[in-house]
Design a protein around this ligand. Structure first.
Ligand code: BTN
Length: 267
């Protein structure tokens, strides 16, 4: 049975950061994003972190359900008060994805990357995701879910083969506290870059992690479907796709790999 999260250890690890807590921890909640939003509406400070061992109403993008066996995932949300133009809020997805992928790669020693716009992946399988919900310009809630110790057959049937957990990547168990602190330390630094307008530095970090680049993809944009090669990240944080009809930059959408190749394909 997974142990309860040690919030003091988390708070120790966050000393000196802007995103330093407080930490609100519940074994079970509806959705950490909902809890964080409620706290933000009640004037909770930037850097407040809401963590749960399991969620009864956890959600992902496009209204999808975000499931997780109790204690086998890292599920948390952070309140941010970015003070940047509302039109720049989408960068919070980029910085959160880069932060989470960097932390997972560092602690597992494996090539964890991002899959634009919001997935954390290993060898094409989903390790986690980011859900940004904002009430701009007052606050944003960044929710991150990472699969930690779910066994390969512990995922719901429809995710088997497409989801992966850190335990499959690393011989050594990675304590959730370590991972959470590492993600938040990365996020704190990248968030600072965003607030000081250094999106070029965010992009160069993301470019190194982005698994779609150079790959043949399809992108679903509402009713339109684009096919081409994902060439680069755009200065806006979007994705540049070279199609037969020329270059297209997409700022949101579902992107699927057509003929995936991965540098590190065996877990
Ligand atoms: C996605 O891949 O679609 C995003 C998944 C985000 C899930 C996290 S878990 C913590 C936070 N609370 C939620 O209800 N969702 C996010």
């Amino acid at each position: 049975m997974p142990h309860l999260l040690n919030t003091n250890q988390v708070l120790d690890g966050l000393r000196g950061l802007r995103l330093h807590g407080p930490v609100v921890y519940n074994e079970v909640t509806g959705s950490t994003n909902d809890d964080a939003r409620q706290l933000a509406l009640e004037e909770a400070a930037e850097g407040t972190i809401v963590i749960a061992d399991s969620q009864t109403g956890g959600r992902g993008r496009h209204g999808r359900v975000w499931l997780g066996e109790p204690g086998h995932s890292l599920l948390f949300s952070v309140i941010l008060r970015p003070g940047i133009p509302t039109t720049e809020y989408h960068w919070l997805v980029n910085v959160s994805g880069v932060a989470a992928a960097t932390a997972c790669a560092a602690l597992s020693g494996r090539m964890v990357g991002t899959k634009w716009p919001n997935d954390i992946v290993f060898a094409g399988r989903k390790l986690g995701g980011v859900l940004l919900e904002a009430r701009a310009p007052e606050f944003a809630v960044v929710g991150i879910g990472l699969n930690i110790s779910t066994s390969a057959d512990g995922f719901p049937q429809e995710l088997q083969g497409t989801a992966v957990s850190l335990a499959e990547l690393s011989q050594d168990a990675i304590p959730r506290e370590h991972l959470l602190v590492r993600v938040l330390r990365e996020l704190d630094a990248l968030y600072g870059l965003l607030q000081t307008g250094q999106t070029d530095r965010i992009l160069s970090r993301q470019q190194q992690l982005e698994t779609l680049l150079g790959q043949q993809v399809t992108a679903q944009l509402g009713t339109e479907r684009l096919t081409g090669v994902a060439r680069a990240l755009a200065p806006t944080g979007g994705l540049i796709i070279d199609t037969a009809a020329g270059e297209r930059i997409i700022e949101t959408g579902e992107v699927t790999l057509l003929r995936p190749t991965y540098p590190e394909a065996s877990a």
